[in-house]
Write a protein of this length. Structure first.
Length: 344
């Protein structure tokens, strides 16, 4: 650092800040110092960088929040997923020495001036964008220039920041493969149009590809307009598509569809859920998306950005995918009456 400072005619602190891309140093100065560093074979030492970050932010008495989680309040149907992400983020933030605060955007009225004051007063330097209740463009809502930001869903439609997502396409392919191994050939998806848009059609694409690959391209999905199951639309779709497996977003949806399938056919139909919540009692087979892991991974990415002084909207946003795990359906419990009937 001292050698580079002499060559550049600046103090060592200016070199340090420039190599970390700190916005307090003019861009021209940063680029000139980085060029001198490259010409002289300078390479950063990650271990030293880690130590210096610890020394800079390790003071327990610092005021305000280093990281702020921003979100919109969910209905009870999806609240658990966002809260699981937040729990995973809090645990990892504590391990890395950060304090994580939370702010609901709907409480601020999405007022840019008020949000700016709140974030400044809390000392926020990084933003964790939680899954939103609806797709949201936050470009004009926040001051992005001086913060690092990572999103945990595709519901933040703009600006495009680094994102950590569940591997929904791969997860759904794994679910379809498990269903096929159990004898299912025609896999039908039932979902809500808004939810299909929220996940950028990844689940529908995986089911469509599986059916196409196994010779059943005519098994089209049923896209509903609301979270209330349209019973007439479902029955029409079921009689037309004739699926031997039905996949949906939540188990409560599957409970309703289970009752809508003709009683004589229920035993032959397999039901599966694409998003089993962490710790949720399993009634059907499905994929448990690693929401805790998504939150933790997002904090690790913010940690890296903080160490390297990466702030503002990235030129090349990265997407990190976190794989879930398949959970089989619980073993069916046989009633005493059924056991007696079987013995007879």
């Amino acid at each position: 650092m001292r050698s580079l400072a002499k060559l550049a005619g600046v103090c060592p602190m200016t070199v340090s800040l420039s190599l970390r891309n700190h916005p307090s140093i003019p861009e021209a100065t940063r680029e000139r110092i980085k060029s001198i560093a490259e010409q002289n074979g300078y390479r950063p030492d990650p271990m030293v960088g880690r130590l210096m970050r610890h020394l800079r932010v390790g003071v327990k008495q610092r005021q305000g929040a280093m990281i702020c989680a921003l979100g919109l309040r969910f209905s009870h149907k999806r609240r658990g997923y966002a809260e699981d992400i937040l729990d995973g983020a809090k645990a990892r933030a504590a391990e890395l020495g950060f304090f994580l605060d939370r702010l609901w955007l709907d409480e601020t009225g999405l007022d840019p001036a008020r949000l700016k004051r709140l974030l400044r007063s809390r000392g926020v330097e990084a933003l964790l964008l939680l899954p939103m209740a609806e797709p949201l463009d936050l470009t004009e809502t926040l001051d992005w220039a001086n913060v690092s930001a990572v999103a945990t869903s595709a519901t933040v439609t703009a600006p495009h920041v680094h994102t950590v997502l569940p591997a929904q396409f791969g997860n759904t392919l794994a679910l379809c493969s498990a269903l096929r191994a159990e004898g299912a050939r025609r896999i039908g998806l039932v979902t809500v149009r808004a939810q299909d848009k929220r996940v950028e059609h990844r689940v529908a694409a995986a089911v469509a590809w599986h059916n196409l690959e196994h010779g059943c391209p005519e098994v089209t999905p049923l896209l509903l307009d609301s979270w209330e199951v349209d019973k007439t639309a479902f029955r029409d779709w079921y009689s037309r598509v004739k699926p031997d497996a039905i996949v949906a977003d939540v188990q409560a949806y599957l409970d309703i569809m289970h009752e809508l399938v003709p009683a004589r056919e229920r035993a032959k139909i397999r039901f599966a859920c694409t998003t089993l919540a962490h710790g949720e009692t399993t009634r059907y087979a499905g994929i448990e998306e690693d929401a805790h892991g998504i939150g933790a991974t997002a904090i690790e990415l913010l940690d890296w950005m903080y160490q390297h002084g990466e702030r503002g909207i990235p030129v090349k946003p990265r997407v990190t995918l976190v794989t879930g795990r398949y959970r089989p359906a619980p073993a069916a419990k046989t009633s005493a009456r059924s056991q007696a009937a079987a013995r007879a």
